[in-house]
Ligand binder design. Structure first.
Ligand code: GDG
Length: 466
Protein backbone atom coordinates (compact mmCIF):
# COMPACT_ATOMS: atom_id res chain seq x y z
CA UNK A 1 0.00 0.00 0.00
CA UNK A 2 1.38 3.41 -0.93
CA UNK A 3 1.88 6.09 1.68
CA UNK A 4 -1.04 8.53 1.63
CA UNK A 5 -0.60 12.29 1.75
CA UNK A 6 -3.86 14.13 2.38
CA UNK A 7 -3.97 17.88 1.80
CA UNK A 8 -6.96 20.01 2.76
CA UNK A 9 -7.59 23.49 4.10
CA UNK A 10 -7.83 22.32 7.70
CA UNK A 11 -6.64 19.14 9.34
CA UNK A 12 -8.34 17.34 12.18
CA UNK A 13 -5.98 15.88 14.77
CA UNK A 14 -7.34 12.83 16.57
CA UNK A 15 -8.45 13.68 20.08
CA UNK A 16 -9.97 11.83 22.98
CA UNK A 17 -13.32 13.65 22.91
CA UNK A 18 -14.69 11.42 20.15
CA UNK A 19 -16.05 14.53 18.46
CA UNK A 20 -14.25 14.19 15.18
CA UNK A 21 -16.38 14.02 12.07
CA UNK A 22 -16.68 10.77 10.11
CA UNK A 23 -14.42 12.01 7.31
CA UNK A 24 -11.64 12.84 9.78
CA UNK A 25 -11.92 9.41 11.40
CA UNK A 26 -11.88 7.59 8.04
CA UNK A 27 -8.90 9.58 6.79
CA UNK A 28 -7.11 9.08 10.11
CA UNK A 29 -7.51 5.33 9.69
CA UNK A 30 -6.12 5.41 6.15
CA UNK A 31 -3.24 7.63 7.26
CA UNK A 32 -2.44 5.36 10.20
CA UNK A 33 -2.38 2.25 7.98
CA UNK A 34 -0.14 3.82 5.37
CA UNK A 35 2.03 5.89 7.77
CA UNK A 36 0.94 8.92 5.78
CA UNK A 37 0.55 12.58 6.69
CA UNK A 38 -2.34 15.05 6.62
CA UNK A 39 -1.30 18.58 5.73
CA UNK A 40 -3.28 21.81 6.07
CA UNK A 41 -3.60 25.26 7.59
CA UNK A 42 -3.28 25.36 11.39
CA UNK A 43 -6.02 27.98 11.68
CA UNK A 44 -3.36 30.29 13.17
CA UNK A 45 -2.20 33.64 11.83
CA UNK A 46 1.46 34.60 11.61
CA UNK A 47 2.94 38.06 10.93
CA UNK A 48 5.24 36.77 8.23
CA UNK A 49 4.86 33.51 6.38
CA UNK A 50 8.04 31.50 6.87
CA UNK A 51 6.99 28.07 5.60
CA UNK A 52 7.56 26.69 9.07
CA UNK A 53 5.75 23.37 9.43
CA UNK A 54 4.34 22.13 12.72
CA UNK A 55 4.57 18.33 12.88
CA UNK A 56 2.33 16.30 15.19
CA UNK A 57 1.53 12.68 15.81
CA UNK A 58 -1.60 11.77 17.76
CA UNK A 59 -2.80 8.21 18.15
CA UNK A 60 -0.61 7.07 15.24
CA UNK A 61 -1.81 9.81 12.90
CA UNK A 62 0.72 12.29 11.57
CA UNK A 63 -0.37 15.82 10.74
CA UNK A 64 1.58 18.80 9.49
CA UNK A 65 0.29 22.36 9.60
CA UNK A 66 1.38 25.77 8.43
CA UNK A 67 0.35 29.20 9.69
CA UNK A 68 -0.89 31.82 7.23
CA UNK A 69 -0.72 35.60 7.18
CA UNK A 70 -3.81 37.68 7.85
CA UNK A 71 -3.88 38.83 4.24
CA UNK A 72 -3.77 35.18 3.12
CA UNK A 73 -6.78 34.35 5.26
CA UNK A 74 -8.69 37.41 4.02
CA UNK A 75 -8.01 36.78 0.35
CA UNK A 76 -7.78 33.00 0.13
CA UNK A 77 -10.12 31.66 2.83
CA UNK A 78 -12.67 34.41 3.49
CA UNK A 79 -12.17 35.79 -0.03
CA UNK A 80 -11.84 33.49 -3.03
CA UNK A 81 -12.86 30.26 -1.25
CA UNK A 82 -15.84 31.52 0.72
CA UNK A 83 -16.96 34.69 -1.07
CA UNK A 84 -16.32 33.58 -4.64
CA UNK A 85 -16.26 29.80 -5.07
CA UNK A 86 -18.63 28.67 -2.29
CA UNK A 87 -21.61 30.79 -3.45
CA UNK A 88 -20.91 30.18 -7.14
CA UNK A 89 -20.63 26.42 -6.69
CA UNK A 90 -23.89 26.50 -4.70
CA UNK A 91 -25.56 28.23 -7.68
CA UNK A 92 -25.67 31.60 -5.89
CA UNK A 93 -24.08 33.88 -8.46
CA UNK A 94 -26.04 36.71 -6.84
CA UNK A 95 -23.81 36.33 -3.76
CA UNK A 96 -20.54 35.50 -5.52
CA UNK A 97 -17.99 38.29 -5.25
CA UNK A 98 -15.02 38.39 -7.51
CA UNK A 99 -11.91 40.45 -6.75
CA UNK A 100 -8.54 40.18 -8.35
CA UNK A 101 -6.96 40.22 -4.89
CA UNK A 102 -9.00 37.20 -3.88
CA UNK A 103 -7.81 35.22 -6.87
CA UNK A 104 -4.23 36.37 -6.30
CA UNK A 105 -4.38 35.40 -2.62
CA UNK A 106 -5.91 32.01 -3.47
CA UNK A 107 -3.10 31.24 -5.90
CA UNK A 108 -0.46 32.55 -3.48
CA UNK A 109 -1.69 30.34 -0.66
CA UNK A 110 -1.89 27.31 -2.94
CA UNK A 111 1.70 28.04 -4.01
CA UNK A 112 2.63 28.21 -0.35
CA UNK A 113 1.06 24.82 0.22
CA UNK A 114 2.88 23.44 -2.81
CA UNK A 115 6.24 24.83 -1.58
CA UNK A 116 5.69 23.48 1.90
CA UNK A 117 4.37 20.11 0.87
CA UNK A 118 6.84 19.40 -1.95
CA UNK A 119 9.80 18.39 0.27
CA UNK A 120 7.60 15.99 2.23
CA UNK A 121 6.55 14.01 -0.85
CA UNK A 122 8.29 10.76 -1.83
CA UNK A 123 7.97 9.48 -5.42
CA UNK A 124 5.72 6.53 -4.49
CA UNK A 125 3.31 8.54 -2.32
CA UNK A 126 -0.32 8.88 -3.31
CA UNK A 127 -1.58 12.44 -2.90
CA UNK A 128 -5.21 13.17 -2.13
CA UNK A 129 -6.30 16.81 -2.22
CA UNK A 130 -9.66 17.87 -0.78
CA UNK A 131 -12.12 20.52 -1.76
CA UNK A 132 -12.55 23.92 -3.36
CA UNK A 133 -9.84 25.65 -1.31
CA UNK A 134 -7.16 23.64 -3.08
CA UNK A 135 -8.21 23.14 -6.70
CA UNK A 136 -4.92 24.31 -8.34
CA UNK A 137 -2.61 22.59 -5.86
CA UNK A 138 -2.14 19.43 -7.95
CA UNK A 139 -1.03 21.47 -10.95
CA UNK A 140 1.39 23.40 -8.76
CA UNK A 141 2.90 20.16 -7.48
CA UNK A 142 3.23 18.88 -11.06
CA UNK A 143 4.98 22.16 -11.92
CA UNK A 144 7.49 21.30 -9.21
CA UNK A 145 8.20 17.95 -10.86
CA UNK A 146 5.99 15.60 -8.83
CA UNK A 147 4.75 12.70 -10.93
CA UNK A 148 2.90 10.95 -8.12
CA UNK A 149 -0.56 9.46 -8.40
CA UNK A 150 -2.82 12.32 -7.43
CA UNK A 151 -6.52 12.62 -6.74
CA UNK A 152 -8.90 15.43 -5.92
CA UNK A 153 -12.29 15.21 -4.22
CA UNK A 154 -14.83 18.02 -4.33
CA UNK A 155 -17.14 18.08 -1.31
CA UNK A 156 -19.52 20.69 -2.72
CA UNK A 157 -21.64 20.71 -5.90
CA UNK A 158 -20.13 21.32 -9.33
CA UNK A 159 -22.23 24.09 -10.87
CA UNK A 160 -23.83 24.03 -14.32
CA UNK A 161 -21.59 25.40 -17.07
CA UNK A 162 -23.80 28.47 -17.67
CA UNK A 163 -23.16 29.54 -14.08
CA UNK A 164 -19.51 28.59 -13.91
CA UNK A 165 -18.60 30.68 -16.93
CA UNK A 166 -19.59 33.78 -14.95
CA UNK A 167 -16.34 33.35 -12.99
CA UNK A 168 -13.51 35.39 -14.46
CA UNK A 169 -10.67 33.08 -15.59
CA UNK A 170 -12.85 30.02 -15.05
CA UNK A 171 -11.05 27.93 -17.65
CA UNK A 172 -7.70 28.62 -16.01
CA UNK A 173 -9.03 27.28 -12.72
CA UNK A 174 -10.80 24.26 -14.18
CA UNK A 175 -7.88 23.26 -16.38
CA UNK A 176 -5.77 22.74 -13.24
CA UNK A 177 -8.03 19.82 -12.32
CA UNK A 178 -6.58 17.98 -15.30
CA UNK A 179 -3.27 17.74 -13.44
CA UNK A 180 -4.85 15.10 -11.17
CA UNK A 181 -5.33 11.47 -12.18
CA UNK A 182 -8.71 11.05 -10.52
CA UNK A 183 -11.29 13.72 -9.76
CA UNK A 184 -14.23 12.73 -7.56
CA UNK A 185 -17.67 14.20 -6.90
CA UNK A 186 -20.48 13.11 -4.60
CA UNK A 187 -23.15 12.56 -7.27
CA UNK A 188 -23.70 11.88 -10.95
CA UNK A 189 -25.32 15.30 -11.24
CA UNK A 190 -22.15 17.16 -10.25
CA UNK A 191 -20.08 14.79 -12.40
CA UNK A 192 -22.37 15.41 -15.39
CA UNK A 193 -21.92 19.17 -15.00
CA UNK A 194 -18.16 18.75 -14.88
CA UNK A 195 -18.18 16.61 -18.03
CA UNK A 196 -20.39 19.14 -19.74
CA UNK A 197 -17.91 21.91 -18.94
CA UNK A 198 -14.97 19.81 -20.14
CA UNK A 199 -16.72 19.09 -23.45
CA UNK A 200 -18.20 22.52 -24.11
CA UNK A 201 -15.56 24.83 -22.75
CA UNK A 202 -12.39 22.78 -23.16
CA UNK A 203 -13.10 20.69 -26.25
CA UNK A 204 -12.72 17.54 -24.16
CA UNK A 205 -13.99 14.07 -25.00
CA UNK A 206 -15.69 11.72 -22.59
CA UNK A 207 -15.25 7.98 -22.69
CA UNK A 208 -16.87 6.22 -19.74
CA UNK A 209 -15.07 7.31 -16.58
CA UNK A 210 -12.35 9.00 -18.63
CA UNK A 211 -12.17 12.56 -19.87
CA UNK A 212 -9.47 13.66 -22.27
CA UNK A 213 -8.50 17.28 -22.74
CA UNK A 214 -5.43 17.88 -24.89
CA UNK A 215 -2.79 15.34 -23.88
CA UNK A 216 -4.26 14.65 -20.46
CA UNK A 217 -6.72 11.87 -19.69
CA UNK A 218 -8.18 11.77 -16.21
CA UNK A 219 -10.78 9.66 -14.47
CA UNK A 220 -13.79 11.62 -13.28
CA UNK A 221 -16.06 9.65 -10.97
CA UNK A 222 -19.08 10.00 -8.71
CA UNK A 223 -18.53 8.49 -5.28
CA UNK A 224 -20.91 9.63 -2.52
CA UNK A 225 -19.37 10.11 0.91
CA UNK A 226 -20.83 8.09 3.77
CA UNK A 227 -20.82 8.54 7.53
CA UNK A 228 -19.54 6.37 10.32
CA UNK A 229 -23.00 4.84 10.67
CA UNK A 230 -22.18 2.17 13.24
CA UNK A 231 -20.55 4.69 15.53
CA UNK A 232 -23.49 7.06 15.13
CA UNK A 233 -26.01 4.36 15.92
CA UNK A 234 -23.96 3.44 19.01
CA UNK A 235 -23.69 7.09 20.00
CA UNK A 236 -27.49 7.28 19.95
CA UNK A 237 -27.60 4.41 22.47
CA UNK A 238 -24.96 5.94 24.75
CA UNK A 239 -25.68 7.13 28.27
CA UNK A 240 -25.09 10.74 27.22
CA UNK A 241 -27.55 10.45 24.31
CA UNK A 242 -30.15 8.72 26.45
CA UNK A 243 -29.89 11.48 29.07
CA UNK A 244 -30.31 14.07 26.35
CA UNK A 245 -33.31 12.18 25.01
CA UNK A 246 -34.94 12.07 28.46
CA UNK A 247 -34.23 15.76 29.03
CA UNK A 248 -35.77 16.73 25.70
CA UNK A 249 -38.78 14.42 26.06
CA UNK A 250 -39.50 15.89 29.50
CA UNK A 251 -39.42 19.39 28.03
CA UNK A 252 -41.65 18.40 25.10
CA UNK A 253 -44.59 17.26 27.20
CA UNK A 254 -45.83 14.88 24.50
CA UNK A 255 -45.30 17.35 21.69
CA UNK A 256 -43.61 16.17 18.51
CA UNK A 257 -40.23 17.69 17.81
CA UNK A 258 -38.95 18.55 14.36
CA UNK A 259 -35.18 19.00 14.26
CA UNK A 260 -32.81 20.86 11.95
CA UNK A 261 -29.02 20.81 12.42
CA UNK A 262 -26.96 22.98 10.10
CA UNK A 263 -23.98 25.26 10.05
CA UNK A 264 -25.42 28.74 9.74
CA UNK A 265 -25.02 28.97 6.00
CA UNK A 266 -27.30 30.37 3.29
CA UNK A 267 -26.92 27.15 1.27
CA UNK A 268 -28.76 25.27 4.00
CA UNK A 269 -32.06 27.04 3.27
CA UNK A 270 -32.78 28.05 6.86
CA UNK A 271 -34.91 31.09 6.07
CA UNK A 272 -36.96 29.05 3.61
CA UNK A 273 -37.29 26.32 6.25
CA UNK A 274 -38.57 28.76 8.87
CA UNK A 275 -41.01 30.22 6.34
CA UNK A 276 -42.20 26.74 5.36
CA UNK A 277 -42.74 25.87 8.99
CA UNK A 278 -44.60 29.16 9.55
CA UNK A 279 -46.80 28.26 6.62
CA UNK A 280 -47.52 24.90 8.25
CA UNK A 281 -48.47 26.66 11.50
CA UNK A 282 -50.74 29.04 9.61
CA UNK A 283 -52.48 26.24 7.70
CA UNK A 284 -52.77 23.86 10.66
CA UNK A 285 -54.05 25.67 13.74
CA UNK A 286 -54.98 22.25 15.15
CA UNK A 287 -51.26 21.43 15.32
CA UNK A 288 -50.36 24.47 17.43
CA UNK A 289 -48.94 23.39 20.80
CA UNK A 290 -48.58 19.84 19.47
CA UNK A 291 -45.37 20.39 17.54
CA UNK A 292 -42.21 22.46 17.75
CA UNK A 293 -39.11 23.00 15.65
CA UNK A 294 -35.66 22.84 17.26
CA UNK A 295 -33.13 24.41 14.95
CA UNK A 296 -29.49 23.95 15.93
CA UNK A 297 -27.36 26.33 13.92
CA UNK A 298 -23.79 26.90 15.09
CA UNK A 299 -22.45 30.07 13.45
CA UNK A 300 -19.81 29.69 10.75
CA UNK A 301 -17.64 32.00 8.62
CA UNK A 302 -18.69 34.97 10.73
CA UNK A 303 -16.15 37.25 9.03
CA UNK A 304 -18.01 37.03 5.73
CA UNK A 305 -20.79 39.60 5.37
CA UNK A 306 -23.35 37.30 3.76
CA UNK A 307 -23.03 35.07 6.85
CA UNK A 308 -23.60 38.03 9.17
CA UNK A 309 -26.68 38.88 7.11
CA UNK A 310 -28.16 35.39 7.26
CA UNK A 311 -27.61 35.32 11.00
CA UNK A 312 -29.42 38.64 11.47
CA UNK A 313 -32.23 37.55 9.13
CA UNK A 314 -32.77 34.30 11.02
CA UNK A 315 -32.69 35.99 14.42
CA UNK A 316 -35.46 38.29 13.32
CA UNK A 317 -37.47 35.62 11.47
CA UNK A 318 -37.40 33.22 14.45
CA UNK A 319 -38.41 36.12 16.70
CA UNK A 320 -41.25 37.10 14.40
CA UNK A 321 -42.66 33.56 14.09
CA UNK A 322 -42.35 32.95 17.82
CA UNK A 323 -43.92 36.34 18.53
CA UNK A 324 -46.84 35.53 16.28
CA UNK A 325 -47.58 31.99 17.45
CA UNK A 326 -46.11 31.47 20.96
CA UNK A 327 -48.24 31.04 24.01
CA UNK A 328 -47.19 31.27 27.64
CA UNK A 329 -46.37 27.56 27.67
CA UNK A 330 -45.43 26.89 24.02
CA UNK A 331 -42.76 28.31 21.75
CA UNK A 332 -42.94 26.99 18.18
CA UNK A 333 -39.23 27.48 17.37
CA UNK A 334 -36.29 26.72 19.64
CA UNK A 335 -33.49 28.43 17.79
CA UNK A 336 -30.09 27.47 19.19
CA UNK A 337 -26.80 28.95 18.01
CA UNK A 338 -24.54 26.56 19.90
CA UNK A 339 -23.06 23.25 18.79
CA UNK A 340 -23.30 20.00 20.77
CA UNK A 341 -20.89 17.11 21.28
CA UNK A 342 -21.62 14.19 18.99
CA UNK A 343 -23.25 11.91 21.60
CA UNK A 344 -25.66 14.65 22.61
CA UNK A 345 -26.36 15.39 18.97
CA UNK A 346 -27.23 11.72 18.42
CA UNK A 347 -29.69 11.97 21.34
CA UNK A 348 -31.22 15.11 19.81
CA UNK A 349 -31.69 13.34 16.46
CA UNK A 350 -33.29 10.37 18.17
CA UNK A 351 -35.73 12.48 20.16
CA UNK A 352 -37.07 14.16 17.01
CA UNK A 353 -40.12 12.77 15.24
CA UNK A 354 -39.03 14.59 12.07
CA UNK A 355 -35.57 15.41 10.71
CA UNK A 356 -35.99 18.49 8.53
CA UNK A 357 -33.06 18.77 6.10
CA UNK A 358 -33.84 21.34 3.46
CA UNK A 359 -30.71 22.77 1.83
CA UNK A 360 -31.19 24.85 -1.30
CA UNK A 361 -28.12 23.09 -2.67
CA UNK A 362 -25.73 20.71 -0.92
CA UNK A 363 -22.86 18.59 -2.24
CA UNK A 364 -24.04 15.68 -0.08
CA UNK A 365 -25.40 16.59 3.40
CA UNK A 366 -24.23 14.36 6.21
CA UNK A 367 -26.90 15.48 8.68
CA UNK A 368 -29.54 13.57 6.69
CA UNK A 369 -27.50 10.37 6.99
CA UNK A 370 -26.75 10.97 10.67
CA UNK A 371 -30.44 11.47 11.43
CA UNK A 372 -31.20 8.13 9.77
CA UNK A 373 -28.39 6.29 11.59
CA UNK A 374 -29.43 7.67 14.99
CA UNK A 375 -33.10 6.57 14.85
CA UNK A 376 -34.54 3.97 17.18
CA UNK A 377 -35.47 1.01 14.92
CA UNK A 378 -38.47 0.34 17.17
CA UNK A 379 -39.87 3.85 16.89
CA UNK A 380 -38.17 5.72 14.04
CA UNK A 381 -38.78 9.27 12.95
CA UNK A 382 -39.32 10.60 9.43
CA UNK A 383 -36.67 12.27 7.31
CA UNK A 384 -37.84 15.20 5.20
CA UNK A 385 -35.13 15.88 2.64
CA UNK A 386 -34.58 18.53 0.01
CA UNK A 387 -34.53 17.26 -3.54
CA UNK A 388 -31.45 19.48 -4.03
CA UNK A 389 -29.21 17.73 -1.49
CA UNK A 390 -26.71 15.26 -2.94
CA UNK A 391 -27.94 12.79 -0.30
CA UNK A 392 -31.41 12.71 -1.92
CA UNK A 393 -30.14 10.18 -4.49
CA UNK A 394 -29.36 7.58 -1.82
CA UNK A 395 -32.13 8.48 0.64
CA UNK A 396 -35.00 8.01 -1.75
CA UNK A 397 -37.40 6.80 0.97
CA UNK A 398 -37.31 10.20 2.66
CA UNK A 399 -40.22 12.59 2.22
CA UNK A 400 -38.93 14.72 -0.62
CA UNK A 401 -39.40 18.46 -0.49
CA UNK A 402 -38.76 21.47 -2.69
CA UNK A 403 -37.10 23.81 -0.19
CA UNK A 404 -38.04 26.91 -2.19
CA UNK A 405 -41.73 26.16 -1.77
CA UNK A 406 -43.37 26.89 1.60
CA UNK A 407 -46.38 24.93 0.38
CA UNK A 408 -44.23 21.86 -0.31
CA UNK A 409 -42.63 22.14 3.15
CA UNK A 410 -46.05 22.53 4.75
CA UNK A 411 -47.37 19.40 2.98
CA UNK A 412 -44.24 17.39 3.84
CA UNK A 413 -44.44 18.22 7.56
CA UNK A 414 -48.14 17.36 7.55
CA UNK A 415 -47.50 14.02 5.81
CA UNK A 416 -44.60 13.18 8.13
CA UNK A 417 -46.63 13.86 11.28
CA UNK A 418 -49.42 11.73 9.89
CA UNK A 419 -47.27 8.76 8.93
CA UNK A 420 -48.05 5.54 10.76
CA UNK A 421 -45.40 3.51 12.54
CA UNK A 422 -45.30 0.76 9.93
CA UNK A 423 -44.53 3.13 7.11
CA UNK A 424 -41.99 5.07 9.17
CA UNK A 425 -40.21 1.82 9.97
CA UNK A 426 -40.33 0.61 6.37
CA UNK A 427 -38.82 3.81 5.01
CA UNK A 428 -36.23 4.18 7.73
CA UNK A 429 -35.16 0.57 7.50
CA UNK A 430 -34.22 0.79 3.81
CA UNK A 431 -32.35 4.05 4.34
CA UNK A 432 -30.57 2.76 7.46
CA UNK A 433 -29.30 -0.27 5.54
CA UNK A 434 -27.96 1.92 2.77
CA UNK A 435 -26.29 4.34 5.17
CA UNK A 436 -24.74 1.42 7.07
CA UNK A 437 -23.66 -0.52 3.97
CA UNK A 438 -21.97 2.39 2.24
CA UNK A 439 -20.16 4.09 5.09
CA UNK A 440 -17.28 6.53 5.22
CA UNK A 441 -14.63 3.82 5.54
CA UNK A 442 -15.89 2.15 2.40
CA UNK A 443 -15.90 5.49 0.65
CA UNK A 444 -12.30 6.26 1.66
CA UNK A 445 -11.13 2.73 0.76
CA UNK A 446 -12.91 2.85 -2.57
CA UNK A 447 -11.21 6.11 -3.51
CA UNK A 448 -7.83 4.80 -2.38
CA UNK A 449 -8.28 1.63 -4.39
CA UNK A 450 -8.85 3.81 -7.43
CA UNK A 451 -5.51 5.46 -6.79
CA UNK A 452 -3.71 2.17 -6.22
CA UNK A 453 -5.15 0.82 -9.48
CA UNK A 454 -3.80 3.73 -11.49
CA UNK A 455 -1.16 2.94 -14.00
CA UNK A 456 2.19 4.60 -13.80
CA UNK A 457 2.28 7.88 -15.78
CA UNK A 458 1.16 7.32 -19.35
CA UNK A 459 3.61 7.59 -22.23
CA UNK A 460 3.27 11.05 -23.71
CA UNK A 461 1.81 12.12 -20.40
CA UNK A 462 2.27 15.82 -19.75
CA UNK A 463 3.85 14.88 -16.46
CA UNK A 464 6.72 13.09 -18.18
CA UNK A 465 7.94 16.47 -19.27
CA UNK A 466 8.15 17.69 -15.69
C1 GDG B 1 -19.57 19.95 3.31
C2 GDG B 1 -20.60 19.99 2.16
C3 GDG B 1 -20.90 17.51 2.40
C4 GDG B 1 -23.29 20.42 12.79
N1 GDG B 1 -23.67 20.93 13.98
C5 GDG B 1 -23.08 20.19 14.92
C6 GDG B 1 -22.32 19.19 14.30
N2 GDG B 1 -22.47 19.36 12.99
C7 GDG B 1 -21.87 18.46 12.00
C8 GDG B 1 -22.92 17.51 11.48
C9 GDG B 1 -22.31 17.05 10.17
C10 GDG B 1 -21.46 18.26 9.79
O1 GDG B 1 -21.37 19.12 10.91
C11 GDG B 1 -22.11 19.03 8.67
O2 GDG B 1 -21.96 18.31 7.49
P1 GDG B 1 -22.86 18.57 6.22
O3 GDG B 1 -22.57 17.51 5.24
O4 GDG B 1 -24.29 18.59 6.64
O5 GDG B 1 -22.49 20.02 5.69
P2 GDG B 1 -21.14 20.93 5.43
O6 GDG B 1 -20.51 21.33 6.70
O7 GDG B 1 -21.61 22.05 4.58
O8 GDG B 1 -20.14 19.96 4.64
C12 GDG B 1 -21.62 18.87 2.34
C13 GDG B 1 -19.76 17.54 3.42
O9 GDG B 1 -18.89 18.67 3.19
C14 GDG B 1 -18.92 16.26 3.36
O10 GDG B 1 -18.43 16.02 2.08
O11 GDG B 1 -21.83 16.53 2.80
O12 GDG B 1 -22.52 18.86 1.25
O13 GDG B 1 -21.27 21.26 2.13
O14 GDG B 1 -21.46 15.95 10.37
O15 GDG B 1 -23.12 16.48 12.43
N3 GDG B 1 -21.59 18.26 14.95
C15 GDG B 1 -21.62 18.31 16.31
N4 GDG B 1 -22.34 19.26 16.99
C16 GDG B 1 -23.08 20.20 16.33
O16 GDG B 1 -23.74 21.03 16.96
N5 GDG B 1 -20.91 17.42 17.01
Amino acid sequence: MSRLIVISNRVSRPNKSGNQGGLAVALAQALRESRGTWIGWSGEITDNFTGHIGFYEDDGVKTATIDLEEQDVDEYYNGYANKTLWPLFHFRIDLAEYARDFEGGYNRVNQRFADTTAPLIEPEDVIWVHDYHMIPLGQMLRDRGHRNKMGFFLHIPWPPTRLLVSLPHHSKLVSTLFAYDVVGFHTEEWLESFRHYAEREMGGTVNGDFITVGDRTIQAVACPIGINAKEFAEAAESEVAQNMLRQIRASLQDRSMIVGVDRLDYSKGLEERFNGYARFLKDHPDQHRKVLLTQIAPPSRGEVESYQQIRAALDSLAGRINGEYSDVDWTPIRYVNQGYPRDKLAGIYRSARIGLVTPLRDGMNLVAKEYVAAQDPEDPGVLILSEFAGAAVELAESVSVNPYSARSMDAAIDAALDMDEEERARRLDSMRKRVRDWNVDQWANHVRERFEALAKPQAGDARSAA
